[in-house]
Design a protein. Sequence first.
Length: 421
Amino acid sequence: MRILKIAALAGLMGSTAAAGTLTEGKPYDGTVLKALLVKSSQFEAQQARLQDFTDRTGIEVQIDYVPFPNMREALSAEMIGGTGYDIVAVMDQWVQSMDMLLAPIDEMVERNNLDLADYPKVHLDRAYIDGALSGLPIRGHIQLMFYRKDLLADAGVEVPATWEDVTTAGQAVKEKTGVAGIALPYGKLNGQNLMIWYNLLWGHGGDVIDAEGKPLFNSEAGVKATAQYIDYLRKDGIVSDGAAVFTEQDAVNSFKQGNSAMLPVWWWVRSQLSDPEQSKLTDAQIGIATLPAVTGHPPTTYTNTWYFGITEETANREAAMEFLSWVSDAALEKQILLDPALNEVVAVHKSNLTDPEVNARWGGMHEAAAVAIENSPMIPYGPDWPRISEVLETAISSLASGASGDVAATLDKAAQEIAAH
C-alpha cells in the first residue's frame, strides 16, 4: 500500500497543510474503532473534526469519555478484562504500569512517516516501555510564571529570572502594594505541593528518584531546594496568607482575586485568569514568562503528558494507527489552537510552540514554554510512583505547617519510608 500525505484538513479545519500520513485507497473503509479517553475539551475539539478523518479513510471512531478521577480504574479494567477498546488515552505517570494494555507502535510510526523529532524529548520519552514506543503525545501541560505587570511595575521590579529573585521581587511588591508576592500551594492534594518544588530541586542539581525508584531528593541539593521553597512561606513572608494549606486551585484563586502578584502554574489556567465571571483581572494586567531558574542554571518546567495508544488485544491495529496518524498531526493541533471559538492552549509539537500565529494569539505563552521545556528533566515514573508522591507531599506539607522543622531530617525520614517498601 502507498502512504498518502494528508493534504489539508477540510471544512472547519481550514487550509493548513498537515505533516501526518494516511494510507491511500481507504483499505480500512467500514471499520469502527472504539476509543476510551479522559474527558477533555481538547479531545472534544478533535472529535468535532472527526468527519474529516472518516471522509479520508472510511473509518468511524466511537469515543467514550471518562472523568479524570475514574480514568485509571477504567484503563485497569480494560487491561484486565478487555472490553473492546482499540484506542486508549494514558497519562504519563501510568504508562509503565500499562505494559499489558499498550501495543508497541514503532514500526507503524516509521511506516507512516510520523515526525517524532517534532516532539519535545520530555513529552515523547515517557511513552516508551522497555525501549518500545507505546503511544503518541496528544495532550501536554507545561508550567509557566503568570505575573501582574502593574504590581511589579509599581514595585519597580522585573519579573524574576531566578528563584532567588522571587524573594526580592515578592518582598518589594508586598512592601509597596500590600499584595502577597507569590501564590504557592503547600497543602496536600494529589502531589500539587510538589510541582513547583521539583523545579527548585532540579535547579539546585538534585533529582527526585533514580531509574529504580530509589530516593535522591534528600541530597544536599534537595535540602537546599526544600529549604528555599519553605522559606518563601515561613521566613521570607512573600506567600499568600493561608498558603500552608493551599491547594493549586487556592493559589490560582488568590491570583485571580488580586491577592497575589505572581503565580507559577499550568498553562491551561491562562483562560481563567482574565475571565470576568471568575477573575478581577484583565488581559492587560497579566504577563507570562518561563519559570525562574536557580542562579547559574537554565530554567525548567514540570510537565504532564497524555498519550494515545493502541491496545494489545485490538483486531483493528492498522486502522487504529490511521487514527493516531490523523489525531497526532501538528496541523490539527494548530487549527484547534487558533480556533477563535475555543480557548485551547495545548501544544505538544515544537513547531506549534514556536509558531508566530500561535504565539500572537496567546501572548507569547508558547514561546516561553518552548524555552522552559528544552531543559526539563524527566521523573522516571514507575508502578510505585503514587506512593512515592504521597510520601513526598506529606513531607512538604509537614514542613509548611510547622509540624516538622528540620528539613534534612524530614527528607531523610521520607527517603527511609520510600526505601523500606
